[in-house]
Design a protein around this ligand. Structure first.
Ligand SMILES: NC(=O)c1ccc[n+]([C@@H]2O[C@H](COP(=O)([O-])OP(=O)(O)OC[C@H]3O[C@@H](n4cnc5c(N)ncnc54)[C@H](O)[C@@H]3O)[C@@H](O)[C@H]2O)c1
Length: 272
């Protein structure tokens, strides 16, 4: 039986997912699209040959009985919709992972998932090596550091101004934040979801440095994880998504890969 999918968030990542469903790469039936800008749903729905319902609220999504809902919208969307979905026994793929660093929300979701048996999936997104990081997490991680560099244009200018930084005056790679992950994800909700993925995979709050660089044409994540068994150094140099410079294209590809594993009848799973 084909899995029924719904998508909340029809922006850069959402459009790549819909393209993968349209060309049959993800073997699933797209039943619903939802976005605070309904016109974005309309243009994505046109890519699918069968009828796709454009939903204005979560009740509409419930009525269509999806097996999996992909959240590719915002941290607010995670808070607003994911508890209700998991409570109803619907599996959810969460992209706006920063929201899961809020202990109250995470604990609520874990309780709901235990009761309903729904799963919450966090794809590796814009970073690699999460398989190895999870493995060393078994013996305990001593240190996790994330250094992220993006073009100045990838940052909300108001956030930079609140930090006393005029984005127009940044002439070279400049540190704009250093501190714990829980503060970083609140201040830069659309920029460093990967730090939340690292925190969830290691069970430890990473230390974060964020740099704005007017010359950068890639989103760079440098990751250091230390334990007694291994030291891991990973550098990701990611092309930004053409529709959204904050988002790395690979983040959308990681969702496609996850959805293929959940929906297609594949026999072999490597590196999971
Ligand atoms: N986990 C990762 O590694 C990773 C990587 C990149 C992006 N992200 C996150 O994934 C999410 C989607 O990224 P994107 O590049 O597609 O963003 P985008 O801005 O291009 O698209 C997001 C869409 O969601 C809609 N939206 C936002 N809040 C909503 C709400 N409450 N209800 C309904 N619709 C809502 C917006 O209107 C927009 O169309 C973002 O939160 C982003 O920070 C995660």
């Amino acid at each position: 039986m084909m899995k029924r999918l719904a998508l909340i968030g029809c922006g850069a990542i959402g459009s790549v997912i819909v393209d993968a469903i349209a060309r049959g790469e993800i073997e699933a039936k797209l039943v619903a699209l939802m976005d605070m800008h309904p016109d974005r749903c309309t243009s994505l729905a046109k890519k699918i040959s069968e009828e796709v319902k454009i939903c204005k609220d979560i009740e509409c999504i419930f009525e269509l009985k999806p097996h999996i809902v992909v959240e590719a919208a915002s941290q607010e969307a995670v808070r607003e919709y994911v508890p209700a979905l998991v409570g109803r026994g619907i599996d959810v793929v969460v992209l706006s992972v920063g929201a899961l660093l809020e202990k109250k929300l995470l604990n609520e979701l874990i309780e709901l998932s235990r009761a309903s048996k729904a799963r919450i999936y966090v794809p590796s997104g814009a970073i690699g090596g999460i398989d190895a990081v999870k493995a060393i997490g078994i013996v305990g991680v001593k240190k996790v550091v994330l250094r992220t560099t993006k073009n100045v244009k990838a940052f909300d200018p108001n956030t930079l101004k609140q930090l006393g930084i005029d984005p127009n005056k940044i002439t070279h790679r400049t540190i704009v934040f250093q501190g714990p992950a829980s503060v970083a994800t609140k201040m830069f909700p659309a920029n460093i979801n990967v730090v939340a993925t690292l925190a969830l995979a290691t069970g430890m709050e990473p230390y974060v440095e964020i740099y704005a660089d007017p010359e950068a044409d890639s989103n760079v994540h440098e990751i250091e994880v230390e334990s007694n068994v291994s030291k891991i150094y990973i550098k990701m140099v990611n092309r930004p998504h053409p529709q959204n410079p904050r988002t790395s294209y690979i983040a959308a590809l990681s969702v496609i890969k996850l959805l293929k594993q959940l929906c297609n009848n594949d026999a072999l799973y490597v590196g999971v």
